[in-house]
Design a protein around this ligand. Structure first.
Ligand code: PLP
Length: 374
């Protein structure tokens, strides 16, 4: 296989036989013509069930993750819902304690009524994981680095426990993308992405994906959620996602380098109580992150040395960072996370989460310094 950078540079760029266009045009048609003999000569019937542009994106994500199949969805949460719908009532899910809060909310508000049992576990503690496993455990849901505390889970060890227990291991790879970490190589069964973030990369697309190690009956149920459940990604979003992915490698290289520099600056700053970035040698998951990640990512969190109001004031003073949720775009974002999560959230009230964009590192550094020093 070519290097992932090469695959990415060519995503969605098979020259169009009709025109020679180097960028494959999106196929926006919702329906496809049937021949007089009743067959579908191009293999497509109706875009919810299958669409050439969506197929191109799914094929690329399958290759990039080293999987067997991929289904793409209208959002990352639609992908998450399709995975949970593929479980049976009575099944038990182990959810990492610091996953994206929307997944926790989906399980609590929707799937508890479907009789899915959930246990929240700190997956950095392998003994806690083995204590939480039950005969009915079917799915372990991990996210590493986690959101927003950037905890690092040792995926190989968790995958071994999952396999021994007869459970699937799903890894939310939104923050890492297949360039920084390939969960299937580390033993996971499924990878989930919010395409909305780094993959599309420009804060202008909503999308999600599930990539499977094997195209088994469980994945077929996820696929049914996409096609019959009707949460498939629309072709124009698929096309925009591929346009973004073509520059992913260059974007991420710069984002990782700047994030590391800012994490080092913040760690040395008197106004900062704690920095969460796995690239720092002081991070408790640094050694594991070095083993399983190619680089440490463009996300970091830090705690302001002070009160909740002090943290809000730092966020209020930034000029280059934008105050907004989400991540993975070209513009740097800063967010007071606790105030958008539910009250029971364990996120420290002095924590600010940053998504590092493509601005010059000097400008981002001086922006954070003036916000902290004021
Ligand atoms: C790690 C992670 N997973 C999943 C999601 C959900 O994705 P979407 O917003 O595309 O539904 C998000 C969104 O913020 C996320 O950060």
């Amino acid at each position: 296989m070519a290097h992932p950078e090469t695959l990415l540079a060519h995503v969605g760029c098979t020259p169009d036989p009709a025109t020679g266009a180097v960028v494959t045009p999106p196929v926006l048609s919702s329906t496809f013509e049937r021949s007089a003999d009743g067959t579908y000569p191009h293999g497509y019937l109706y875009s919810r069930l299958g669409n050439p542009t969506r197929d191109d994106l799914e094929a690329a994500l399958t290759d990039l993750e080293g999987g067997a199949a991929c289904a793409t969805f209208a959002s990352g949460m639609a992908a998450a819902a399709a995975v949970l719908q593929a479980l049976q009532p009575g099944d038990h899910v182990i959810l990492a304690d610091d996953v994206y809060y929307g997944v926790r909310k989906l399980l609590a508000d929707v799937f508890a009524r479907w009789d899915l049992a959930v246990t929240s576990v700190d997956l950095t503690d392998l003994d806690a994981l083995s204590d939480a496993l039950r005969p009915a455990t079917r799915l372990i849901w991990a996210e590493t680095p986690s959101n927003p505390l950037l905890k690092i889970t040792a995926l190989r060890a968790v995958a071994r426990q999952a396999r021994a227990a007869g459970a699937y291991l799903l890894v939310d790879g939104t923050w890492t993308t297949p360039l920084l970490q390939r969960p299937l190589d580390l033993g996971a069964d499924l990878v989930l992405h919010s395409i909305t973030k780094y993959l599309s990369g420009h804060s202008d697309v909503l999308g999600g994906a599930v990539i499977a190690r094997t195209e088994n009956a469980f994945f077929e149920r996820i696929r049914t959620g996409q096609t019959i459940g009707g949460s498939a990604l629309d072709p124009f979003s698929a096309w925009l996602a591929m346009r973004g992915m073509r520059s992913l490698a260059a974007r991420l290289r710069m984002q990782c380098a700047t994030a590391r520099r800012l994490a080092e600056m913040l760690e040395a700053h008197d106004g900062v109580a704690r920095v969460y970035y796995p690239g720092l040698p002081s991070h408790p998951g640094h050694a594991v992150a070095r083993r399983q990640m190619r680089d440490f990512g463009g996300m970091l969190s830090f705690e302001v040395d002070g009160t909740t109001d002090d943290a809000m004031a730092v966020a209020a003073r930034v000029q280059v960072f934008r105050r907004a949720t989400s991540l993975g775009g070209t513009e740097s974002l800063i967010e007071h996370r606790a105030s958008i999560e539910p009250p029971e959230s364990a996120t420290p009230p002095t924590l600010l989460r940053c998504s590092i964009g493509l601005e010059h590192a000097d400008d981002l550094e001086s922006d954070l310094r003036q916000a902290l020093d004021a």
